[in-house]
Design a protein around this ligand. Structure first.
Ligand code: C5P
Length: 237
């Protein structure tokens, strides 16, 4: 399957049409951005690493019964996937307090949460992706029914129930992550976007070392090495 016209360029990926109106191709870029695009850089090989990591994780989730947009990894930087109408809600799942949760609510960084927290952010760069509740989502028309919000939460918890023990076995704490969902041509809600160290936080269980985009956000260096480590652990290397 070949890429045709560019449909959209985001911060981390470019989206291309294909000859099949129901399929699109994502090109994973090496660009790194943080703080709503204010901090920018690039890391050679990052796009290829995220493509491989996302491929493995989408395959795992599909095997476990989670519907995703994944169709095939085409080459280093390209993934073929279903075309969807993206739901403009970023679903954030948290097992351990860090990042905006500690900043907003004063919970001590690193505190394990008594239960998995699921939050919704409105996917809107101009507004800085504000946190929203169910009523906001319905008023904004981000989904049509409360049922759909319940489904997003349920699917996000299922993904966590699969990925948390999977990474624990590989010596990584899945601290938190962001998921996106969309509706396929039949109106089914499926998991979309990517699952990678760009949108997940991984802490090494033994050393506590951060192995995700926080290395870039916090200027810790070693971004590519950390992403490679995540892929190698997934591959059992
Ligand atoms: O910054 P915050 O603590 O809210 O991030 C929670 C999780 O969601 C982190 O894993 C972060 O990488 C991810 N996230 C993201 N894209 C955003 C906001 C958060 O991938 N726009």
């Amino acid at each position: 399957m070949e890429k045709k016209e560019l449909l959209y360029e985001g911060k981390a990926k470019k989206l291309y049409a294909t000859e099949d109106e129901n399929l699109v191709i994502s090109e994973f870029k090496d660009d790194l951005t943080a703080f709503n695009g204010e901090k920018k850089s690039s890391e050679v090989g990052k796009g290829a690493l995220n493509n491989q990591i996302s491929t493995k994780l989408f395959q795992l989730l599909e095997e476990k019964g989670i519907p995703t947009h994944f169709v095939a990894m085409l080459d280093e930087n390209h993934m073929l996937h279903k075309k969807v109408d993206v739901i403009l809600i970023e679903v954030i799942v948290r097992n351990i307090a860090t990042g905006s949760l500690t900043r907003n609510l004063g919970i001590k960084d690193g505190t394990p949460l008594p239960f998995t927290l699921v939050e919704f952010d409105y996917k809107n760069d101009e507004l800085g992706d504000p946190k929203i509740n169910d009523q906001h989502a319905l008023i904004l028309g981000l989904v049509d029914f409360q049922d759909e919000l319940d489904k997003l939460r349920r699917m996000a918890r299922q993904v966590n129930d699969i990925l948390k023990p999977y990474f624990a076995e590989k010596g990584l704490n899945l601290v938190d992550f962001k998921l996106e969902f969309g509706k396929d041509k039949d109106g089914n809600i499926i998991l979309v976007d990517e699952i990678s160290p760009d949108n997940c936080r991984f802490w090494d269980i033994k050393s506590g070392e951060k192995m995700d985009k926080d290395r870039f956000r916090q200027g810790l260096g070693g971004v590519r090495v950390a992403y490679e480590q995540v892929l190698n652990r997934i591959l059992g290397k």
